[in-house]
Every structure is written in structure tokens, then in C-alpha cells.
Design a protein around this ligand. Structure first.
Ligand code: FER
Length: 247
């Protein structure tokens, strides 16, 4: 195993990244792995996913998006457009790595939503998508005025949304309102491997089910009794990923 830590440039924004390779003497597949809202690359479930992929001979590029982890930007100012732009820069970076054969994209929660969007935008580049507990209810929540359990007027967006210790700018909501995930689902016809706990408190399990139904070629692995970050059955989430890559 080798680990490299570096920054990927995205129009002057530095994206903190780590590349973990099981064997750096051979060419092979790479999976880009992205954390969720308020998350980062060292969370237990992100590391568990990374290790499961490494076990299967897959190199993993973890990248932290705008306003998260060790990347540039303030959390308050992050938007899904910024994350989309960041993710496109990470994909460009990955495509230029000379050891990469097949490319995969995986993300948890808001990173899973991002995975679904980028999959539709770059449909020819991925061998498969792996959305983990994908938070693709966010755009609908922004349109109906319900994010983070905080009601707001979707036609008169507040300057900021405050939920406990989190502060989001109104632009987060404005941007999210314009995103139509179904369009990007329809644009991707490759394999999609969804993992979702059916006791998820943050992203309703029904969104995992609905995504599986809407994609042309999707599999849903249900982690029974598990929560948003798989804290009860982390090994089952990792096993699901291993089973996908061992096929
Ligand atoms: C929300 C529910 C979940 C929300 C974001 C999330 C911004 C994201 C969760 C995650 O990425 O882990 O209402 O609003």
C-alpha cells in the first residue's frame, strides 16, 4: 500500500486529497471517493469504504470538497455548484493519471448526490457509480422549504439558514433549487451500486429505493437496521462494496 497526500487545483481552490494504492507497480482501476455534508475523508465510513476498495485491488482517490476537511473555502459558502465544479476537476485529475484503467465514482450522502450528478454529466467516463445513502432529496427540500429540519420560505430565501451549530448561505438553497436529479439519473445508463441503511435518520431510505427504480441498471444493497453513517453495521457496508468489486 502507498498513500500520497496532495492538493488538486480547482480554479485556484485547493482540494485536499489522498491517493491510496494497493500496488503502485501496476496499472489498475481507480475509484474517486467523496464525503458528505459536514464530512471529510477521515470519517470512519469513508475509510471503511476506501479500505474495502483497496482490498479488491482498486486504488482510491479521496478528495475533500469546498468548505470541508482540509480544502479551501468556508463551510457557510459551499454550494452544490461549487461541489460539482470541484468534482469535475477531480475527475480531470484522475483521468490524467497514467496508471488508471477503469474509473469509478463513489460518494456518501451529499457526496452521493454529487456522484449521481457527475455520473449524468460525464456518462462515458465511469465504469460504474456507487452512491452511498445518496442525499438526493436536497434539491426537493430546497424547493419545498425544508432543509436540515428547518422550515423556510422557498420563494423568499433567507440570507442564511441556521440549524444548531451549522450556518448555510442562502446561495446554498438558491443553487439546490435549480438541480433536477432525475435528469442526471436518466442520462446515466451504466451500472449503479447503491448502499443504504433502512434506519437512516438523515436521508430517508425511500430515496435509495427510488434511485434504484429510476436508474436503468441499478442494484440496491439494504443495510438492515443501519443509520446514515453505518455506525451499527459498518462491516456490512464494507462487505457490500467488496462484493461489488469482486464480481
Ligand atoms: C438535509 C439532510 C441531509 C440537508 C443535507 C443533508 C442541507 C446531507 C447529509 C449528508 O451529506 O450527510 O436536509 O440539507
Amino acid at each position: 500500500m502507498t498513500t500520497k497526500e496532495f492538493y488538486i487545483d480547482c480554479d485556484g481552490i485547493r482540494l485536499h486529497s489522498k491517493l491510496d494504492r494497493p500496488d503502485d507497480s501496476v496499472k489498475g482501476p481507480l475509484c474517486i471517493l467523496i464525503h458528505g455534508f459536514t464530512g471529510h475523508m477521515e470519517e470512519d465510513h469513508i475509510i471503511a469504504a476506501q479500505k474495502a476498495m483497496n482490498d479488491c485491488g482498486i486504488s482510491v482517490l479521496r478528495a475533500e470538497m469546498y468548505g470541508h476537511g482540509g480544502s479551501d473555502g468556508d463551510f457557510r459558502d459551499h454550494t452544490l455548484y461549487k461541489w460539482v465544479t470541484n468534482a469535475l476537476a477531480v475527475v480531470d485529475y484522475a483521468k490524467k493519471l497514467d496508471f488508471v484503467t477503469d474509473l469509478y465514482l463513489c460518494g456518501h450522502s451529499q457526496g452521493g448526490l454529487l456522484t449521481m450528478l457527475i455520473g449524468g454529466m460525464r456518462r462515458d467516463d465511469f465504469k460504474a457509480l456507487l452512491p452511498l445513502s445518496p442525499a438526493w432529496m436536497i434539491p426537493e427540500g430546497a424547493r419545498i422549504g425544508d432543509l436540515l429540519g428547518m422550515p423556510f420560505d422557498p420563494l423568499h430565501i433567507p440570507e442564511q439558514l441556521v440549524a444548531e451549530d451549522l450556518v448555510l448561505s442562502g446561495d446554498y438553497i438558491r443553487v439546490a433549487q435549480t438541480i433536477h436529479v432525475e435528469d442526471e439519473i436518466a442520462r446515466y445508463d451504466g451500472p449503479v451500486f447503491i448502499v443504504h441503511g433502512d434506519d437512516d435518520e438523515a436521508v430517508p431510505y425511500s430515496y435509495g429505493v427510488k434511485a434504484q427504480e429510476l436508474y436503468a441498471d441499478a442494484t440496491l444493497v439494504t443495510i438492515h437496521g443501519d443509520d446514515h453513517c453505518y455506525t451499527r453495521h459498518m462491516d456490512e457496508m464494507a462487505d457490500a462494496i467488496r462484493s461489488f468489486f469482486s464480481k
